[in-house]
Design a protein around this ligand. Structure first.
Ligand SMILES: Nc1ncnc2c1ncn2[C@@H]1O[C@H](COP(=O)(O)OP(=O)(O)OP(=O)(O)O)[C@@H](O)[C@H]1O
Ligand SMILES: [Mg+2]
Length: 507
């Protein structure tokens, strides 16, 4: 066998059972030296569980794991490091109150004469970050960084251990196009140096840039393994989903009526400047823009998470004042936020509680007694309308796969009788079939006369689903495009209308 063909990882007959769920059933997996292997499957298929077994986070119930042809028994976090295995988790799990350098060296702090040396760590972190051409200061507190930068720190952290088997569980879900290109450059570089990479992603269109082979799973089962170039995208999708998906963007035409929701001259910090838009009955207003254009900040200011400096909001022709999220929810304005772990979900609470808690006003009577039949129905509807894969609604939200957590964040708001629903990147980390479910939900909302605002970084879905598109850059709306006239090029032209800033030269 050629050196290149030699498997570095062989997993055979892997089975893993969680209470009530067979997460993996007789799964096999193989990874060769110097290849990028994509691991694909719908939400809850078992991808994260499989790589967690390989990196020592979980212990397998059955099966064998061979590294370089040798049966290594169960992998522990320590033995994973010894074998050169590092994982970048799907859910960022860094210490938000520690610095970038401290996070990179967490658990293996560099010390001089037994004393922790933060200088040394910062120097070494600086070296790693700059070798990856990542522009972040090692002394920054991680919690102050945007999600995209935090993800880059995770990547730097994994690479800093000199791992030769790198696992990336949805590394690009929070990255901008530029950062994704950076990451792909790093991946190609690593590949050339003989590293092997397991790459998990729901962004199927990006696979062609880096992937050699694919392994496809469905419902805890191994489905197939093949050269990427031997499969068409439709074949990959039907292996993942078990059926064909006819319409990826099921846009529906609805007669457009009067204005339901209107934002006038909204100002909030640098990133929200004089933002004005209307959303009419029967339409989905898309908000496009590059990372950092101010889209999330706009949604947060509207919803009352961040303070407004000025501006008016009208709902059904009447002015409403939103100082806090509570005011917004009361008025019928809801936000499905971008960062599900931070803003959207309590992973320590049950799935039922996550859906019911923000809706207690609807579920309880005047004496604050919860109507359990109503609760049961609301929770059941939310779960079934988005096909959430779970063992029981009483399980902790933490036990859900990443994409299914996202569905709960979306689903809990949809249970309300809202007038305006603002979605901020609702399909991030969600598989192809579930994306269509979310689009259909948006359609149902707009058909019911609810104003839908849809923030997304993925141009195909904005173009596919929005009736009108506002494009932001530098905290301002630079223009509106009608469905039909909008193209990727036109959006990008508006999204890059940066003001000509005078660059101060340091002397
Ligand atoms: N700690 C846990 N406790 C209980 N069940 C779990 C746990 N972790 C995963 N599961 C269940 O195992 C199954 C597989 O989950 P896994 O996270 O591996 O899916 P995934 O393929 O990574 O999905 P996604 O694309 O949504 O991230 C799911 O049904 C999930 O709910
Ligand atoms: Mg996962």
């Amino acid at each position: 066998m050629e050196e290149k063909e030699r498997p570095v990882v062989e997993m055979e007959h892997i089975t893993k059972i969680f209470p009530g769920v067979v997460a993996l059933d007789d799964v096999s997996f193989e990874l060769r030296k110097g290849e990028v292997m994509a691991l694909l499957g719908e939400n809850g298929a078992g991808k994260s569980t499989l790589v967690k077994i390989l990196s020592g986070v979980y212990t397998k119930d059955e099966g064998t794991i061979k590294i370089d042809g040798v049966d290594v028994g169960d992998v522990t976090p320590q033995s994973a490091r010894k074998h050169g295995i590092a994982i970048i988790h799907q859910e960022l799990n860094m210490c938000r109150h520690l610095s970038v350098a401290e996070n990179i060296f967490l658990g293996r702090e560099l010390s001089k004469h037994g004393i922790l040396s933060s200088k040394e760590m910062e120097k070494e972190a600086e070296r790693i970050l700059s070798s990856l051409k990542i522009d972040i200061s090692p002394s920054t507190i991680v919690g102050d960084l945007p999600v995209s930068k935090q993800q880059m720190v995770e990547i730097a952290k994994a690479l800093s251990t000199n791992a030769r088997i790198l696992i990336m569980d949805e590394p690009t879900s929070a990255l901008s196009d530029k950062e994704i290109n950076e990451l792909f450059r790093i991946i190609r570089d690593l590949k050339e140096h003989g590293h092997s990479i397991i790459y998990i992603s729901h962004r199927l269109e990006e696979l062609k840039h880096i992937v050699d082979r694919v392994t496809i799973m469905r419902d805890g089962h191994f489905i197939t393994r093949a050269d990427f170039s031997s499969l068409s995208m439709d074949q990959i999708i039907s292996y993942m989903v078990g059926r064909e998906i006819k319409e990826k963007f099921p846009h529906v035409e609805t007669p457009v009526g009067e204005t339901v929701f209107s934002v006038k001259n909204l100002n909030a910090g640098k990133m929200v400047r004089n933002v004005s838009f209307d959303v009419r009955k029967g339409e989905i207003l898309g908000i496009a823009g590059l990372m950092g254009a101010g889209r999330t900040e706009t949604t947060r200011a509207i919803f009352g998470v961040d303070p407004k400096e000025g501006g008016n909001i009208h709902l059904d022709g009447k002015e409403i004042v939103i100082r806090r999220p509570k005011d917004a929810i009361k008025a019928g304005v809801v936000l499905v936020p971008e960062d599900r772990k931070k803003d959207g979900l309590c992973t320590k609470l049950s799935i039922r509680e996550n859906i019911a808690l923000p809706n207690l006003d609807m579920l309880s009577d005047k004496a604050s007694v919860i109507h359990s039949r109503k609760e049961h129905k609301m929770v059941g509807d939310a779960i079934s309308s988005l096909s959430v894969k779970l063992s029981s609604a009483e399980a902790n939200a933490a036990s859900l796969s990443g994409g299914n957590q996202q569905k709960i964040v979306v689903g809990k708001w949809l249970a309300r009788r809202s007038r305006v629903v603002i979605f901020d990147e609702p399909t991030r980390g969600i598989d192809v079939a579930a994306k269509v479910e979310i689009y259909n939900l948006m359609n149902r909302l707009k058909e019911n006369g609810i104003a839908v605002v849809f923030v997304s970084s993925e141009l195909p879905e904005i173009l596919g689903m929005a009736d009108r598109i506002a494009v932001m850059c530098d905290g301002e709306i630079k223009g509106f495009l009608q469905r039909g006239e909008a193209t990727q090029e036109k959006i990008m032209a508006l999204a890059t209308q940066f003001e000509k800033k005078i660059v101060e030269v340091e002397l």
